[in-house]
Structures are given as C-alpha cells and as structure tokens.
Design a protein around this ligand. Sequence first.
Ligand code: SAH
Length: 372
Amino acid sequence: MTGQDAGSLAARLAARNAAFGPLSIADYMDACLADPEHGYYKRRDPFGASGDFTTAPEISQIFGELIGLWCAEVWRGMGSPAQLRLAEIGPGRGTLMADALRAAASVPGFRTALRPLLVETSPALTAIQQDRLAASASDAAWLGSLEDVPDGAMIVVANELLDALPIRQFAFTDAGWRERCVAVAGDGRFTVCLRDANAAALAAIPATVSGHAREGDIFEMRSEADALAAQLGRRAAKHPLAALFIDYGHDRSAIGDTLQAVRRHRPADPFSHPGECDLTAHVDFGALARSARDAGLEVHGPMPQGRFLNALGLAQRASRLMAGMDDPAKASLIGSGARRLADPGQMGELFRVISLTGPHVAIPPAFEEAAQ
Ligand code: SAH
C-alpha cells in the first residue's frame, strides 16, 4: 500500500497497469530501481551509514586491493597483453576500482597495460565515481553498456550487481507453474496476482526444480544475468576474457521467494514505497553457470567469499596494514573489517564468488584448488 500523488511512481505504475495489465515482478523491480525519474539508483547514493546498505568495498579497502591483484594474475594468465580493459559493472561509489588500481600499480607493467572502464546506469552514482577516481585514475572512462567496450582483452568485475538485476517469479499451483505479477490499483494499492506463464519461461525451469515442486513453491529467473553470460561468451570467442562476479545467493537453482526490500537499513515490504527501497533477490549461481557454459565459457566456482579472500591473502594483508598503523582504533577497524568479509557467520559464506573465462585463459587465482 502506498500514499501517492499524481507524479509518483505508484501513480505511473497504476496508469501502466490500467493500459497493459499487471506488471511482471521483473518490470516492477526494474521500474522501482531504474525508472529515469523515480528509480532507486538513479538519484541517490544508497551506500554507507546514511544510506540503506553497505557493501564489501565500503567495509574494507582490502577487498578491492585483493581483487586488483587477482586481475593482475589473470592478466598474466592471458599472456600479459599490452592492452587490457578492466570493466567494472555497477561500481557504486567507485571504491573497489580505486582500491584495485592502487594495488595494481605494484605489479610491473600491469597498470600501464590497463584501462579502467566503469559501466554504470545511474547518473548520480557516475558523478560520485568520477569524483572518487579523478585524482588517481585520469585514464578512466565511463560507459552505459558493456557492449560499448572496444575490442581486445578484457576483465570484468561486478560486486553486488547481479542481485539488483530484475527477477521474474513463478509460483507452482494446482494448475502448474504460473507467473507472479503485481496489480497496481488507481488508489495506489499493490496486490500480487498470477497469470499464465509463457512456454519459453516454463522451458527454462530446470527439471531438478520442477520435479520436486509443491503447491505454493516459488522459482525465480533472471534473464538479464543469462543475457550477460551470453554476451560475455560471444566476446570471449574473439578476445581474451575473464569475469568475476561476487554476490549473495545459492550455488544451485532452487525453490524460494528471495525478493527483499531494504529502506533506511531496515527490511521493508517490497510492494510499499516504490522507488524508495533497495529491491534485490538472491543470485542463482547455478543458472548463471548453465548460461555461461551454454555460451562456451569455462565456469570456476562458485565458492564462498571467505575462502576466496583467504586464498588471496586477506589475513596477511590485514596484518601488514595493521602493523603500519599508529592509531590502535584504526588498526582494530582493519581487523574487524577483514573478519566481517570472511567470517562464515558474517559475509564469508552467504556471499559467493564465481569466475567465467574464455578459451586460452589460465584458471584464475583462488580457483585452482577447486579445479583439481
Ligand atoms: N559494486 C558496488 C555497488 C553495488 S550496488 C559496491 O559493491 O559497492 C549496484 C550497482 O549497480 C549500482 O552502482 C547501480 O547503479 C548499478 N547498476 C544497476 N543495474 C545496472 C546495470 N544494468 N548496468 C550497470 N550498472 C547497474
């Protein structure tokens, strides 16, 4: 339910519903997050203490630094090409990129070969990223889409991007799978309803899920993530490519309603305050891996974030940073930040890391053990 004025997102969605019928959950999510005027990401900086949530790069500088060093190793595994694009999709405040570039500078030849590209759809966040990187990365460039990256070797990095891409939801009923939708009434009231699912969507529900479905079960699908994997596959057929995605989610496709809303650091109803809440859903890494393999990519992981960061030397980096600090309060923050990223009870298990690589790219660091 929501109060509304004529220009509000709720009023716009009600008009759309009146003209075209209820919205799919994906269309609703897309409008709430990316509407050019009212979308959650389009206008504000949602990160940090004053925003709605915080992310790994904002918790510890070590996160971006280790990813920068991971990229350097991957570049070596590509045969150290003279030019490499490092494209981050959904860079938030630009913190991961800034930390990664600082660490990259310590690897001979890497920073010179590297061109930082930031793929961002939010004008507000683009401005923050430009400000953040102005002094340290004057060679950085901004793109609206990964399609715009020029030919050549590329590494793609995205932290907490996939969870923000819209999902569709399907509910298992006594009449089989049906698609969940949102009906928006003229008074701004939101109701979840069901409609027939199209054949393509039905075919995309894996047999491992459908075979055990019971009435009331919900299955989620994220076509933009599948399309991204397909796009990476097409590019990898022509140019050296590696990608790294970090997000919360599950390793295998499974039943579950994971759509969640956060407003001012508190859980909220996803169907209230449209455009004012961060809406996300867990990432189905099983589905992403299937799409990537179908597109001809090698899949490494998913593995827990804690194991990934520890394999890259999280503890050693934290100790070294702490040893160089005079202020015990600051040193203690470094320690607690590192624990927050890697402890199984905090972000270490819930967050998963997956890497997708094209032909002729060595197995990326931290994934070698899993490959044996
Ligand atoms: N990676 C950052 C921010 C995560 S929030 C961090 O870890 O702190 C999600 C980010 O993805 C935001 O920057 C948002 O504006 C951006 N985003 C959402 N959808 C996008 C899309 N389709 N293409 C590029 N960026 C997108």
